[in-house]
Ligand binder design. Sequence first.
Ligand code: AMP
Ligand code: ZN
Length: 466
Amino acid sequence: MSLRLYNTLTRTKEEFVPLDPANVRMYVCGPTVYDFAHIGNARPVIVFDLLFRLLRQVYGDAHVTYVRNITDVDDKINARALRDFPNLPLNDAIRNVTEKTANQFFADVEKLGCLQPTIQPRATDNIPQMIAMIEMLVSRRHAYQAAGEVLFSVDSMPDYGHLSQRNLADQQAGARIAVDAHKRNPADFVLWKLSSDDEPGWVSPWGCGRPGWHIECSAMSNRYLGEVFDIHGGGLDLIFPHHENEIAQTRCAFGTAVMANIWMHNGFLQVEGQKMSKSLGNFFTINELMTTRNFGSNMWHGKVLRLAMMMTHYRQPIDWTVDRLVEARIVLKDWIEMATGFDHNGAPPAELLEALTDDLNFSAAISYLHALYRTGRPNRDSHSATTMAAALRFLGLWSGESALDVYSYGYEVQDTGKIDALITARLDARKAKNWAESDRIRDELASMGIAIKDNKDGTTSWEVKR
Ligand code: AMP
Ligand code: ZN
């Protein structure tokens, strides 16, 4: 099965050829753990989870290594630790913040139907690897020490800027970067910086200090995936400077032509047409969407959030709206209803794989499921239902939940037993041609906020009215 992926390095869709089909290697930049992850952060997690699932399907579960790091050294973390735990020793305060936030992240993304990556390394467990890499860069004259920092020298790398298609000369002509006197080139970036007493620090050849953000990912990807690996991913905003600088560090440390063969970037998520920001009041954490009624006066099941994310191609911008979630909720309920009783963990359907192997064509995958529902549902065909079950399982959209639980998740109207009983009573009334009673029951359901629909096959389905 051939897989085609869009590569930011070449700006084209390319045939994916792993370096070693027995060990396909992917690295994705993970969260900086200082606060709850927001719904924008969920996008790369879901997108690359789908790619992970697809790679496992194509190359075999045991032949794919997926590394997603936890960034637990960052100045934002220090600030949060000092604010939230002013009376604790700094290291304890930091550990409190990062442990709590990382655990929350793991719990959130599990509810979104994501598998655990093969390895989830933490930056703080990889400091010696970072120091060793910086030493290599210094000894190869790609890095220098100045004013308490070790800096990467961008002029030492002739094709610096290739990924983001930035030209150093153009950048300098623009002269928008503040000129730090100690830098040889204003675009030089920090590999290591000295720490004061109220900052976390590790002993190094350059004094007690801490790493820059970019070197963390270079060191962790190298440790777990090697000098050159297959796929590196993250959100669009990471192309520059983060990924550009990861490439510079890794390639210059090892003298390689590439760091990863394919660079993939998901598009950005905005909320109801606007950039998500706390000041605009449209900032939503994953957890908040699942546990409060702050968005559209509803709580949303994690699998509904997942489907909503898949309703747009991963490279396009997403407009995260209440309407999108309402639609995802109705669609997922129908699909799960169809699959219920036919649960199946077998191979996903070929048509679905065909869609996904074309650069994760989510729209084609969703269209396929709509068509499967349209053709298979009316005649309750068990083959289609089994196919639907396998497809939903494969996509992480279903792990055996009842359709009603997903649909009515968080609703006040939780008495599904009563709804079912009323629907049965109404069907009995209709069989007895007692139309008055049938209408009365319809009205009673309506007063509970439930709309019903009589299907051609004699069954009645229901949904919660908005
Ligand atoms: P951060 O913790 O800000 O480094 O972000 C973690 C991941 O989420 C990175 O891959 C970012 O590119 C991604 N990300 C952050 N904000 C958004 C957004 N609004 N839409 C899509 N991806 C995002
Ligand atoms: Zn990274």
